[in-house]
Design a protein around this ligand. Structure first.
Ligand SMILES: Cc1cc2nc3c(=O)[nH]c(=O)nc-3n(C[C@H](O)[C@H](O)[C@H](O)COP(=O)(O)OP(=O)(O)OC[C@H]3O[C@@H](n4cnc5c(N)ncnc54)[C@H](O)[C@@H]3O)c2cc1C
Ligand code: FES
Length: 1303
């Protein structure tokens, strides 16, 4: 390879140290040139915030050092010239001193799996660098850029609120009245122990960089990479000359548009021009006409500039600025706003752009510069449409943007609607401006621009009244181009939003106009807007979630050193917060390591005609391509191959894998592999199609009791309905990854893998390689989230990597990109349910017949088991004498769906609960009354004839009613709804009976190995894997109680198949139960052996006694079985009971909702660790809320998953957490079967997220009742803004339906 020309020196600092960067391989593809494991790579597109670091630069706009957070995955190294980067390692460490942010997030139980914790820490840290006492708004803004699978829970809010300038009102709130104070606790950590924030302790901006900033280099700097050249001119003149020389070269500012396009769409630019050092581009000037903002200003800088001007200028002049500021607050997260430039935003002309429509209606002008001179063009619809006549010439650049002040009698507003409130691209946004003839309500000009659906400008010369509104709506529907096949679909919804926004604008302006017109003339022509309609105008505010967590404190007689039942911090909490916790991919590169990238099918159902990888093999660094022919043993199962042979069954099926020296080389090679296919029929994607084609993965599962047909004949009423529940992506923050290291002796392999089931990986690798299991050791240190997605899949990936390792004789690292992970690994099964329910007019249900179909994808995987669990759990908390439940798993040409937290329960039970609401609607009763009436009341038997007592279920229900003040709030909700037409509230309370464990004894076995060393230290090993659920913490709590020594004596190193063999998957909520028993058993045996020694020397210390030590392992478990032929069994060791009440408010015009409050009461019995258990309940609730409200998988008609990144797939962020979120563990509950009478709580909270769904449905029902629309509508989860908006039918939806009908 020829040596590139000599680069200039790239000067930047990381954590206070100057980095000497060898640029030859480090260009754009690598986030940072120093190996720092704290900065996590989870999506690579700036969408999740896991890689957040702080960048400090001299700010030419505000003339000071500016500290700002960025997502490292989008930061090109060359853009760091002159910058100081601070990563989580740079602010504190457990080895030296913790930073207060790190200490607080860990000690306030703000970490679970810990993979995204460093990102959270760095967002908070950056905020505090800029605002040591932040306001509530600043805190929410700083944390708003995080997607958080299970971890957005209250303690994190507390972590932030302890820094607030003014304490949040909730911090003053007295604890709710409870049982006696000695038993009930609401304190999970001691705030008073936290070290204070001392801003003087922070790293200073490196003096060398300060000098550089004061005396800027004017020379053009050039950095040569392997394929790309980065040119950074020091003057505008040089930049313009370079643009003449390289007209095709893009200007690179924030890289938030270019970067994702280069990564995902394979766009390649050999030359990049960086104008970052050109001061003209960051200049801000103001005249009496308006503001001119440099195109190089970041959106965050622009936001600050606008906020400052708005505070100084008269309101009439700042209409456009206010609209821009409003959208700048919700556009992406703070990291993206810190990076993205105004120029990049405008020039990218994304259809979803939030700012361009406002700039267009605000008559902004673009100041263009080239070597030829300057000129101005308007930012109008022609520019936005990319018309050559209205666009930049190749050699031109955008220097600045002039935004005129607004005038009196002019109004500007902006609207947007996205899947969730913050950090989500809009479905539709709009900006509107109206100018009135002075002193009148006569419209001089009305301009409207829409993002997401195309541009439109409407001029009108009418009065501002309903007639004008009606006409403008119709005109808009005609003008806004939105064909049926518009990208992203949702055509009716988007059209409805278009006119709904206009209505909002109409009302907004009407209100303002009335004030103005009143001043100058008679206002009789404008009657007051009724208060009921004013609610259309209010946006939902973003507030810091607050709440109280309640649990039963330990017995006052329990020795202080006994940690069981106490809120002990997660063992890795501090390491999570400092970035020192090592995940699979943090293992340093091993000698001769290679990288593997998978090649997947692009067809849903096809014959493979040929695979040609000859071109790929010619690329530098590429060593091999692994195919099915290389598998020495078994290539997976006959119907579920590891590597495809002859035929593919879905898009995303693994066909082969490239092995190369680096990941970049392997990815390039994947692009060069040519696979030819011949499509096969049929290609089935939906449940409906599968049923039509009789395409199923396994036989029907059925349970029946009573006489259903006879019962239907005797009931007062029968309702039939359908329920659709969408699938769900696991979205663990750490994607699937594995490192396979072949050893030189005896075919041994060491496998480091992110899995919930290392024994399964070991077994699969053994059969694939045809070597005995005893040669393979799987190690799991910790897993960055699993949720069921790392039960089965890691085995297949581990086996493919192992084939590569054996073939090449070298270690192989395989790390899935987020897009591949989402494409390949499948997720929760979508469900379609049909029900028929027979009931008396009193609401007593006499007969229920439910038929469910789940979409299993192309292979069996866990689909049969999921169907079984679904059927077993469908009855939830209700005793219905005559029942029939049937379930089938459909085979489709989608990636195979697999285990997911709750395992069918969250989908199936939504059908049952929907029956309840349907019955309530028919009987004219409230759903909670129907729930109460039909709930189990006394000791009884389930549909599968397992006896149980519902006492605790009823206690949870009653406590939840009580704690949430349900009945009085129900009245308040009704009152609110009477007073508001465009906003409605809904409230619901849902009971839960969740069965824990597997329906087979063999799955309830666990083993532990405990070593006591001569220095008294103890090494505990057990079969559970640390997924963030705190299992290792709980196991040490158990060992500490049993051995009667403090936890500080103990250690857990990892889970390994060499120390505890043949383990079961850490799943089904029983990890702590069964492994806890095994640890207890092992400790008890050891202690027994020590007894004679202790007797001899009762005054001795632990260290004295353990001079003779033993090691052992132990097996413990539950009995469980299910006889499907007889429809009965004892499939579950015990149940977890709970209830949740949620209240929401919906915006009927946009479909958005706000979560006002959630109260959960959960029966944890005697929690081993209330902090961890409450974290699990909150986390699973939030994940459930995501399932039922925002997470939506979208496929193309060819079966390609569209939603493959955090941009398109929205998991909840901190701004989605209910504003008030209270969790109580039910006191004084016992279960004799489990370790110390505790319960496994990993999964159950998931279903309680449905209380939000039913609260939304309740609000929608209120709308439909008020508007006299038939009460029955198809229940569809997730309850997205689209579903809510279209269900709230009104004159605007009618207008759109009519338009569709007649156009
Ligand atoms: C995670 C994420 C979330 C987002 N969410 C939103 C959202 O909610 N709403 C929204 O509207 N947008 C959103 N965006 C898009 C974002 O606003 C744009 O990507 C951004 O503004 C582009 O600016 P940049 O500086 O990063 O551009 P770059 O990527 O650096 O450049 C983009 C293009 O602009 C050209 N260019 C840049 N400056 C100039 C100039 N001065 N003269 C001529 N050409 C120039 C470049 O040649 C290049 O072609 C999001 C982006 C990400 C990554
Ligand atoms: S990895 Fe950078 S934002 Fe997700």
């Amino acid at each position: 390879m020829p040596c590139p020309p000599q680069s200039d020196q790239l000067v930047f600092f990381v954590n206070g140290r100057k980095v000497k960067c060898p640029l030859w391989h480090l260009f754009l593809d690598h986030p940072l040139p120093v190996r720092l494991t704290g900065t996590k790579y989870a999506c690579g597109r700036g969408g999740c915030g896991a890689c957040t670091v702080m960048v400090s630069k001299n700010d030419p706009v505000f003339k000071k050092i500016r500290h700002f957070s960025v997502t490292a995955c989008l930061v090109p190294i060359c853009s760091l010239y002159g910058a100081a980067v601070t990563t989580v390692e740079g602010i504190g460490s457990i080895k030296t001193r913790l930073h207060p942010v790190q200490e607080r997030i860990a000690k306030s139980h703000g970490t679970q799996c810990g993979f995204c914790t460093p990102g959270m820490v760095m967002s908070m840290y950056t905020l505090l660098r800029n605002h040591p006492q932040p306001s509530e708004e600043q805190l929410m803004e700083a944390l708003g850029g995080k997607s958080d699978t299970e971890k957005v829970h209250h303690p994190r809010g507390q972590m932030g609120t302890v820094f607030l300038a003014a304490p949040h009102p909730a911090q003053h709130r007295p604890s709710p009245p409870q049982a006696p104070a000695s038993v009930i606790c609401t304190k999970l950590f001691a705030k008073e122990e936290f070290q204070p924030l001392d801003p003087t302790q922070e790293l200073v901006f490196p003096p060398e960089l300060l000098r550089m900033a004061e005396n800027p280099e004017k020379r053009t700097l050039t950095f040569y990479g392997e394929r790309v050249t980065w040119i950074s001119p020091g003057t505008l003149k040089d930049l313009l000359e370079l643009k003449v020389k390289h007209p095709e070269a893009p200007l690179i500012l924030g890289n938030t548009s270019l970067g994702p396009a280069m990564k995902s769409e394979g766009r390649f630019h050999p030359i990049l021009l960086s104008p970052a050092r050109i001061s003209e581009l960051t200049r801000v000037t103001e005249t009496s006409e308006g503001l001119t903002i440099g195109a190089g200003c970041s959106l965050a800088q622009m936001k600050d500039v606008l906020a400052e001007r708005i505070s100084k200028l008269p309101e009439e002049k700042t209409q456009t600025y206010r609209a821009l500021l409003k959208h700048l607050k919700s556009l992406a997260g703070p990291q993206i706003r810190n990076m993205a430039s105004l120029g990049g935003h405008i020039i990218s002309r994304h259809s979803y752009s939030d700012l361009n429509p406002i700039l267009a209606v605000g008559s902004a002008t673009l100041n263009l510069t080239s070597a030829e001179g300057t000129r101005q063009i308007p930012l109008n619809e022609y520019f936005l449409a990319g018309l050559a006549s209205a666009d930049l010439k190749p050699e031109e650049i955008l220097e600045s943007v002039h935004i005129p002040h607004s005038r009196k009698w002019e109004f500007v507003s902006a609207f947007r609607q996205a899947q969730c409130q913050q950090n989500a691209l809009p479905h539709v946004n709009a900006s509107m401006r109206v100018l009135f003839k002075e002193g009148t309500d006569s419209v001089e000009h009305l301009s409207i621009a829409y993002g997401g659906v195309g541009a439109a400008t409407v001029s009108a010369h009418k009065r501002w009244d309903e007639l004008m509104l009606d006409e403008a709506c119709r005109l808009l529907l005609d003008e806004v181009s939105l064909p049926g096949s518009a990208p992203g679909g949702r055509v009716e919804f988007k059209r409805t939003l278009v006119v709904s926004f206009l209505f909002k604008f109409y009302l907004e302006v009407l209100q303002e106009l009335k004030k103005l017109v009143k001043l100058v003339s008679d206002s009789r022509r404008h009657p007051d807007i009724s208060d009921r309609f004013l609610s259309a105008l209010e946006d939902f505010p973003v507030a810091i979630p607050q709440g109280v967590q309640t649990y039963q404190s330990v017995d006052p007689h329990q020795p202080p050193r006994d940690p069981v039942g106490r809120p002990i911090m997660h063992l890795s909490g501090l390491k999570h917060a400092t970035g020192e916790a090592i995940f699979c991919d943090d293992i340093p590169v091993v000698d001769k390591e290679l990288f593997m990238v998978l090649v997947t099918s692009s067809r849903a159902h096809a014959k493979i005609i040929s695979i040609d990888f000859s071109e790929a093999l010619k690329l530098p660094g590429v060593l091999d391509v692994v195919t099915a022919e290389d598998v020495p043993g078994t290539n997976g199962a006959e119907d579920d191959k590891l590597l495809a042979v002859d035929e593919v069954l879905c898009v995303g099926q693994v066909i082969c894998a490239v092995v190369a020296e680096t990941d970049v080389q392997a990815k390039r090679a994947v692009e060069m592999i040519k696979i030819t296919y011949e499509d096969l029929e049929p290609a089935i994607f939906t449940i409906q199609d599968a049923v039509k084609h009789n395409s199923f993965l396994c036989p029907e599962k059925k349970l029946e009791q009573g006489n259903i047909e006879e019962a239907f004949e005797k009931v007062d009423q029968i309702v039939e309905g359908e329920v659709h529940v969408g699938g769900q992506e696991h979205f663990y923050m750490e994607t699937q990854r594995v490192l396979v290291i072949p050893k030189t002796e005896d075919k041994e392999l060491d496998i480091f893998v992110s899995t919930q089931d290392p024994a399964h990986v070991q077994k699969t690798v053994s059969s694939t390689l045809n070597i005995p299991i005893n040669r393979i050791t799987c190690h799991v240190k910790r897993v960055g989230g699993g949720f069921g997605g790392k039960v089965g899949r890691p085995a297949a990936l581990g086996a493919i990597a192992a084939v590569g390792a054996i073939k090449t004789g070298r270690p192989i690292r395989l790390v899935l990109d987020r897009e591949d992970d989402m494409l390949i690994t499948g997720g929760r099964h979508p469900l379609f349910g049909k029900y028929k329910v027979g009931f008396m007019n009193s609401g007593r249900i006499k007969a229920l017949d439910i038929e469910c179909y789940i979409n299993g994808g192309c292979t069996l995987d866990d689909s049969e088991l999921v169907t079984e669990f679904l059927i077993l759990k469908l009855e939830n908390a209700y005793k219905i004498r005559n029942l029939r439940f049937r379930g089938r798993a459909c085979m489709t040409n989608l990636p195979s769906n697999t285990a997911f937290r709750g395992f069918g329960f969250p989908q199936g039970t939504l059908v049952t609960e929907s029956c309840i609401t349907a019955v309530a609607a028919k009987c004219g009763l409230l759903p909670e009354k129907i729930r109460e009436k039909n709930m189990y009341k006394t000791v009884d038997k389930t549909i599968y004839k397992q006896a149980f007592s519902p006492e605790t279920l009823i206690r949870c229900w009653n406590e939840c009613l009580d704690k949430s003040s349900f009945h009085s709030r129900r009245i308040q909700v009704e009152e609110f709804n009477k007073k508001n037409y465009w906003k409605k509230k809904g409230i619901s309370i849902i009971p839960m009976k969740f069965s824990v464990g597997f329906a087979a004894t063999s799955y309830h076995q666990a083993a532990a190995l405990v070593h006591i060393y001569t220095d008294g230290s103890v090494l505990v090993t057990h079969g559970g894997n640390e997924l963030g659920q705190g299992i290792h913490t709980k196991m040490l709590q158990v060992a500490s109680r049993e051995l009667k020594i403090p936890m500080s004596y103990m250690h857990i190193c990892e889970t390994s198949t060499a120390t505890v063999p043949n383990t079961i998957a850490t799943a089904a909520s029983i990890g702590a139960d069964v492994n806890g028993r095994a640890v207890q058993n092992a400790c008890q045996i050891l202690l027994k052996r020590l007894e004679p020694i202790i007797k001899k020397n009762p005054e001795g210390t632990w260290e004295d006694w353990v001079s003779l030590k033993v090691s052992l392992s132990s097996l413990r478990g539950y009995k469980a079985f299910m006889d499907w032929d007889r429809g009965e069994g004892d499939p579950f060791p015990y149940y977890v009971y709970g209830a949740a009440c949620s209240e929401v408010e919906i915006d009927c015009l946009t479909g958005a909702h706000k979560k006002i409050r959630t109260d959960i009461v959960m029966d944890a019995c005697c929690s081993l660790n209330p902090a961890i258990d409450i974290g699990q309940i909150e986390g699973s609730f939030i994940q459930g809320m995501g399932l039922y409200t925002t997470e939506e998988l979208k496929y193309s008609p060819e079966g390609v998953l569209y939603s493959r990144s955090p941009d398109e797939y929205k998991i909840p962020t901190i701004t989605d957490v209910p504003e008030e979120f209270n969790v109580s563990l039910l006191p004084s509950s016992q279960t004799p079967l489990t370790i110390y009478s505790s319960k496994g709580l990993g999964e159950s909270g998931m279903f309680l997220g449905s209380s939000v769904f039913f609260a939304i449905a309740d609000a929608v029902a209120a709308v439909r009742t008020e508007r006299d629309i038939a009460e029955n509508f198809i229940v569809q989860s997730p309850a997205t803004p689209e579903w809510v908006r279209m269900a709230c039918a009104d004159r605007f939806t009618d207008m759109v339906w009519n338009y569709c009908l007649f156009s």
